[in-house]
Structures are given as C-alpha cells and as structure tokens.
Design a protein around this ligand. Structure first.
Ligand code: NAP
Length: 274
C-alpha cells in the first residue's frame, strides 16, 4: 500500500478554511509572521511554499527580516502585536546567536511550530500543546491509515528536536515500543529490520532499500532530498514498496506537515483572541 498525504492534507485544509471563515466573520484575520535572520536558499524555497498556502486559505502572511542583534527584540514586538496570531523563527539563525534563547523569547501561544521549551515540555508530559508539525504529521498519517501503534516495534532513524525526539515521545504515548537511532547507532540494519513501523528521518537520499525493511512493515519517509533537481525521500520507494507499505515523497508527510502548520496558525488566532 502507498500512504499518500494528499487526502488527509486536503481534509485538514478544508476544515481550516471553515475555521478561517468563522474567524473572519468575527473580524479576525489569522496572521503568520516568519522571522528571517540569515540568508539561506532552502529557507527561501520553504517560505514561498508557506506563503502560497497562506494565500490560498486567506491567512495574512509576511516575512520579517531581522539580524542576530535585533532578533529577540523583533520576536517580542510580534508577541505583543495583537494582530499577529503565529510566529515562525526560521532556521538557521546567524552564527553566534543562541537559538534556544531566541525560542525562549517566543510566546508559546504563538509558537505554531511547537519549538519553544514550553511546548516541547508539554509533549514530554503528554499535555495538549502546539506540537512540532512534522512529528504531528507522521502521527496523523499513521492514524489516518489506521496503523495500530499499541505494542508495535517502532524504529525511528533520526533524533532531531523537530522530528525524531518529539516523535519518539508521541509514539510512546500511543503505547509503541520505540527505538531511536542516529549516526552513532551500531547495527542499524538490525534495528530497522525488526521494526513493524519504520520512520526514516535522516536526510540521505534513498538510504533505505528493501534489505533494511521487514516484510509487511509500515514505512514513513520523512526525508526530503534534492537529487538532480528531483525531490526524493530517504527511502528507495521502488524497492521498499515491493514488501512494505510506504509513504510517498513528495506528497506524503510533507503535504500533511504544511496543512498542520496552517491549522496551527488558525488555532493560535483562536487562542490569542479568547
Ligand atoms: P537533522 O537535524 O539533520 O537530523 C538528521 C538525523 O539523522 C540526526 O539525528 C543524525 O544523527 C541522523 N543520521 C544522519 N546520518 C545517519 C546515518 N548514516 N545513519 C543513521 N542516522 C543518521 O535532520 P531533520 O531536520 O530531522 O530532517 C531529517 C530529514 O527530514 C531531512 O531530509 C529533512 O529535509 C526532512 N524533513 C522533512 C520535513 C517534512 O515536512 N516532510 C520536515 C522536516 C525535515 P546524529 O544526531 O547522530 O547526527
């Protein structure tokens, strides 16, 4: 089976659009601000896609360009601006700037990417919060395809703060048995081959082929890699889809992630206007 994110992301966007209409009827327009503090080609590509999604749904979008010296001050101004619902701090910040200190300055109720220590702490505690969008997208995609995580052996390859780490906690709270792997993991293949559910979040094109995967497993490909101008995942789709269910790249986790981000901006608009 191929796990596509298309239907799920469409569903999320449709309900988000309805929420936006309801807010607009009350005179509230959800507004997203993306704080850019360093020049980066992949940030520009990402920003353009967020802008397009915002425009389609009727969310007010703008980029706020700043620098390492003023970033915290600018984030605080956005925190205080009642018209702004959600704030994203684009990665990377300039060298020498403490990114955690910047995230600490962000109002958790406007943290639509779930990156602040407060929101990440709530993921640990299992309390409702803004969760990191990609980890949330993996959970919702699995839920959409009715993949039962209870007691399942889940192997996550990748331990970033935005994907692997929060996802491991979210999986644990669904009663999965979770193994988190990284670049120093020994016998990685043994761990991936044991997985009922394998999450590939490494950033290495087509790293996992059929040899790495158990027959009948569910494989979620989080990776986004550009090879010869084409976007490919961390999973060799042709090979793995012969023996396991696998999500598409593009059109899998990524499409659900962007829909969840839009939903979070609307949720932030609701929370900040109570
Ligand atoms: P990251 O911060 O670079 O983390 C990569 C992780 O992979 C690290 O934990 C690293 O281990 C591990 N790793 C690297 N090489 C490895 C190897 N040979 N064997 C085992 N583990 C290895 O990346 P990220 O931000 O989590 O993103 C991962 C991928 O997902 C990227 O392709 C990114 O573009 C994509 N992504 C997609 C979405 C989406 O919405 N679909 C969102 C975010 C990211 P160490 O910790 O030991 O270095």
């Amino acid at each position: 089976m191929v796990l596509s994110g298309a239907e799920l992301s469409k569903k999320i966007k449709e309900s988000t659009k309805e929420e936006i209409s309801a807010l607009k009827a009350e005179g509230i327009t959800p507004a997203l601000r993306c704080v850019v503090s360093s020049a980066d080609r992949s940030t520009d590509v990402y920003l353009n896609s967020i802008k397009k999604n915002c425009e389609k749904l009727g969310i007010d979008f703008a980029k706020v360009v700043t620098d390492g010296e003023h970033i915290i001050e600018d984030v605080k101004k956005l925190n205080d601006d009642k018209k702004i619902s959600g704030i994203m701090i684009m990665h990377p910040v300039p060298q020498g700037v403490n990114e955690i200190a910047v995230l600490e300055s962000l109002n958790p109720l406007k943290d639509v990417e779930g990156r602040t220590p407060q929101n990440l702490g709530k993921v640990l505690l299992g309390v409702e919060s803004f969760t990191p969008c990609t980890a949330q997208a993996v959970m919702e995609l699995l839920d959409y395809y009715k993949v039962d995580l209870k007691g399942a052996n889940v192997t996550i390859v990748g331990r970033s703060t935005t994907v692997g780490k929060p996802l491991s906690l979210m999986m644990l709270s669904k009663d999965a048995t979770v193994t988190v792997c990284h670049s120093k993991t020994r016998d990685l293949k043994e761990k991936t081959k044991n997985a009922d559910v394998l999450i590939a979040a490494v950033g290495k094109a087509k790293m996992f082929d059929a040899e790495w995967v158990k027959e009948g497993a569910v494989v979620i490909d989080v990776g986004i890699n550009v090879v010869n101008g084409k976007v490919v995942g961390d999973v060799d789709f042709e090979s793995v889809s012969q023996k396991a269910s696998v999500s598409k790249v593009p059109g899998g986790v990524g499409s659900v992630t962007s829909a969840i981000l839009m939903r979070n901006v609307v949720k932030a608009a609701q929370l900040n206007n109570q």
